[in-house]
Ligand binder design. Structure first.
Ligand code: AMP
Ligand code: GLY
Length: 412
């Protein structure tokens, strides 16, 4: 099997690592110096279908795995499938489930999937009207791709008004959503048509600062499996994944790829906050080390039309700490030199590169907002956590930010 992963972040590094462990020859476009230890990097832009097609033909690739959402939203999966190339990812229309929160809400309503009540507002007048009737709709969401940064959880209606005014300056509409309470989990299904297999629950930590303070980010750390939940992943998927896959299939849009449900487990049961049409980042960096063996049979099986009979087996606990650049998420500062990566690896941690650059003399430099995801693996949650934090403590770069409480806020 020759697999081409599209992307260059920590999630793509973890995907390449897992596919290579399954015996695949792995290529990555554009990849990075950090990912080059597990995959051959291929120059090119994953958003340019002709460049991807050219690489697929030249390298005789038999599986394409787009990592981020942008190539999917632009239609890379259907363009490649039209050429007979197996792809693990949804068509352009399926990718709208992530690209438009309003579209996702419409589908959830049609499929009877539990989700927060919400109103779509095109202008500030509509925001005022909504809050007058529903003062509890204080979660403000940009209707468009915003890399996890277009959601503001306001404390009250006046905070929601301020947030909506700001987002309406940047996006054409916003969603005002009822604020839900309960622990959050990420559930990722590997899908083909109506059929799916599940990865265990993972928990992302989206706020920048320890104690769940500060702004939302792309994710500052994660762990898996999450065991102390009020519902199993299988039961949850029956309510939140299966009905959506059935609806899409019935409408002639069978879904292939990862379907990620961001959930709050409320007293009324699981409620969907959002869907993503790809693997989560940093969830993937902990889910793939936690399962037994490689993810390859599931991705290749889905792309070829037949999933393995069982879901991946969960074997270990994994916990990942994201090291972010100074100024992240607003204005990350790049260019600082990173020390201690090799020492952390020698101590047994898995290091997934999210935003690094390898200099000509083999040193590592900060090159993005999220820089590294440092993952510890162990038989018990505490082992995974201790290993991850021991390794994190050996890595240094100017202004590095990380949370010291990944895996601790279990009651949230
Ligand atoms: P999203 O990008 O929609 O997953 O939202 C980002 C984060 O904002 C989530 O991980 C939650 O922590 C929070 N959030 C989003 N929607 C709600 C909601 N309706 N109630 C409470 N918190 C929410
Ligand atoms: N970790 C959140 C996401 O991938 O969207």
């Amino acid at each position: 099997m020759r697999a081409l992963v599209l992307g260059k972040g920590g999630r793509e590094h973890a995907l390449c690592w897992s596919l290579a462990a399954g015996g695949a020859d792995v290529f990555v476009m554009p990849g990075s110096g950090g990912i080059a230890t597990v995959a051959d990097t291929v120059a090119g832009d994953p958003l340019q279908t002709p460049q991807v097609l050219d690489a697929v033909r030249r390298l005789q690739v038999d599986l394409v795995v787009p990592g981020p959402e942008e190539p999917l939203v632009r239609g890379i999966a259907e363009d490649l499938r039209a050429q007979g190339i197996p792809v693990f990812g949804p068509d352009r229309q399926g990718a709208q489930i992530e690209a438009s929160k309003a579209y996702a809400k419409t589908l959830m309503r049609a499929a009877g999937i539990p989700t927060a009540a919400a109103s779509l507002c095109q202008d500030f007048g509509e925001v005022e009207q909504t809050l007058a009737v529903h003062p509890d709709r204080t979660v403000v969401k940009a209707d468009g791709l915003a890399a996890g940064k277009g959601v503001i959880v306001a404390e009250d209606a006046s905070g929601a008004r301020r947030a909506a005014r700001r987002l309406l300056g940047q996006y054409k509409s916003v969603l005002l959503e009822e604020r839900l309470q309960g622990p959050e989990v990420s559930l990722i299904a590997i899908c083909r048509g109506r059929d799916y297999r599940l990865l265990p629950f993972a928990r992302d930590h989206k706020r920048l600062l320890s104690g769940d303070l500060g702004p939302n980010t792309g994710g500052m750390g994660a762990f898996a499996p999450v065991l102390d939940t009020s519902i199993t992943a299988e039961e949850c998927a029956e309510r939140t994944i299966a009905p959506l896959l059935r609806l899409l299939d019935d409408r002639g849009m069978p879904y292939t790829g990862a379907l990620y449900a961001g959930l709050i487990l409320t007293e009324r049961g699981p409620m969907v906050l959002e869907y993503n049409v790809r693997f989560g980042d940093p969830e993937t960096e902990v889910l793939l080390p936690a399962i037994s063996g490689s993810i390859l049979p599931w991705l290749a099986g889905a792309a070829a039309g037949r999933l393995p009979a069982e879901s991946p087996e969960v074997r270990r606990h994994a916990l990942g700490v994201v090291l972010a650049a100074s100024g992240y998420p607003e204005d990350p500062e790049t260019g600082g030199m990173i020390d201690g990566i090799e020492a952390a690896q020698a101590g047994g941690a898995l290091i997934f590169h999210a935003g690094t650059l390898k200099t000509e003399d083999g040193l590592w430099q900060v090159a993005g907002g999220r820089v590294l995801c440092v993952v510890g693996v162990g038989e018990a949650p505490q082992h995974a956590r201790d290993r991850a934090y021991a390794a994190t403590g050996t890595i240094r770069f100017p202004g590095a930010q990380w949370r010291d409480d990944i895996g601790q806020n279990r009651d949230r």
